[in-house]
Each structure stands twice: as structure tokens, then as C-alpha cells.
Write a protein of this length. Structure first.
Length: 249
């Protein structure tokens, strides 16, 4: 029984491998976030690994993490600072209204809460999109907002989890921070990845992860089929031309 439990394809081995990968990627994520400027690329690389785990693949955590970190560094960093600047701007606006304006003018801060939620919602999907799809800056921004709007329950759930975690840190920071340092951040990303993979599939994506770092999307697959069919047609035409030349001879 013990031998079957620890066999390479057994459920026990897959669970232990998954937990080990989450612990490793959680530690690497924390380390790569220390310079602060690298937080965006670290989030992208984290989702590259967690979505791959959810997809049933067995990524090489360190190699694939740092490859994604390097390949998506510029775009991820731009998005991180965009969200950071916008969030700081609207957060400062809320602070100014609450501290400097009269009681009957407090309603002015409410639109800022809406924009902060929109920024958070876009960020929840932008980094996973960067991790798995080759899209322009504009496309990532547009698609992240579109997915956030069409999957509003999941978006709200992420906001609630983030708010609860912040409240726990404010109440007793030792326990939630200890959990986060052990494997908590990667575990939350893995939990989100369960939904993200389904959402991406709903939009026509077929996520695969292999040694060649290939990504297959439905549109790309159809394009390849079209190219292969055109190649077959050209081959048939060349065969017909050869036959006609032989007949004429």
C-alpha cells in the first residue's frame, strides 16, 4: 500500500509534489518581491506556475518562474506602477475628503472607491493574462476589465479575500504573515488559478504547459489548421501538375 501511495502517478505523490511546488514558488516569490520594483514581474511569474499546476502540468518551478519573470518583466512592471500610481491618487483623494471636507460633502469620496475597485479588478486579471498570452499593453488592459466585468462574482470574491486578509493583518499580523511566508501567497494564487483557468477556457483558450514553453489558443489552433489545409491543397496541385506533365510527355 505504501509503495502504491508513493508511486509517481499516485494521488499522494501528486499532492505532495503540488504542495512542495507551492512552498518553493512562495519562497521565491517573496524573495523576488524584495526590490519592490520587481513585484509586478513576480506576480506574473507566480501565476505562470500556479495555473500550470492547476492545468495538471508539472513545471520546473525555478526555471519556469525565472523565465516568465525575465520575459514579462517590462510589461508587468509598467502595469504594476500604473495600478500603484492610480491607486495612490484615488486613495489620497479619499484621505483628503475625509479629513478636510465638511460632513455634508463626504459623498464626494464615493466615486474614488469605485475607481479603486476597478483598478483592483483589472489587476486581478492583468498579470495572469501577461503570464499566459502574448498581448499588447492595450489588449491586456482591455481584456482584464472585460473579464472582471463578465466574471463579477469571482472579482468580488477576490476583493473580499483581500479585505479579510488586510483586516487579519491589522488585528494580529503574526498569524497571517506567518501563513503568507510559509505558502499562503502561492496557495491563494493557486485557488484563484482554479477559476482563472476556467475563465480563460470560456474565452476560447486552451492552456498547455510543456518544456518548449508553448501556448495554444483556440484562434491559433484554427490558424494552424488553415495553414496545414492550404499546404495540403498546394501539395495536391503540385501532384496534379506533375501528372499532367507526365501525360503530355
Amino acid at each position: 500500500m505504501a509503495s502504491s501511495f508513493f508511486s509517481p502517478k499516485s494521488m499522494g505523490t501528486r499532492i505532495l509534489t503540488g504542495l512542495t511546488n507551492l512552498i518553493i514558488v512562495n519562497l521565491v516569490f517573496i524573495i523576488t518581491c524584495i526590490p519592490f520594483i520587481t513585484i509586478g514581474a513576480s506576480i506574473t511569474a507566480l501565476y505562470r506556475i500556479t495555473i500550470a499546476i492547476v492545468a495538471g502540468d508539472n513545471p520546473s518551478v525555478l526555471r519556469d518562474y525565472f523565465k516568465s519573470f525575465k520575459d514579462n518583466f517590462i510589461k508587468s512592471t509598467l502595469f504594476f506602477f500604473l495600478y500603484l500610481i492610480l491607486g495612490a491618487f484615488f486613495g489620497f483623494e479619499i484621505y483628503m475628503v475625509r479629513t478636510m471636507m465638511a460632513e455634508n460633502m463626504q459623498w464626494v469620496q464615493y466615486p474614488a472607491y469605485f475607481f479603486i475597485f476597478a483598478i483592483f479588478a483589472s489587476a486581478c486579471y492583468a498579470f495572469p493574462l501577461i503570464a499566459w498570452f502574448e498581448e499588447s499593453f492595450k489588449q491586456v488592459l482591455k481584456n482584464s476589465l472585460l473579464i472582471a466585468l463578465t466574471n463579477l462574482p469571482f472579482t468580488i470574491m477576490q476583493a473580499v479575500i483581500a479585505a479579510v486578509f488586510i483586516l487579519f493583518v491589522d488585528y494580529n499580523y503574526a498569524i497571517p504573515l506567518s501563513f503568507a511566508c510559509f505558502m499562503g501567497i502561492a496557495a491563494i494564487a493557486w485557488f484563484y488559478s482554479l477559476f482563472l483557468k476556467r475563465i480563460f477556457a470560456k474565452f476560447g483558450a486552451d492552456i498547455n504547459f510543456n518544456e518548449e514553453e508553448e501556448m495554444f489558443v483556440a484562434s491559433d489552433t484554427s490558424a494552424k489548421k488553415t495553414d496545414s489545409s492550404s499546404d495540403e491543397e498546394s501539395d495536391d496541385e503540385s501532384d496534379e501538375d506533375a501528372d499532367s506533365n507526365e501525360e503530355s510527355e
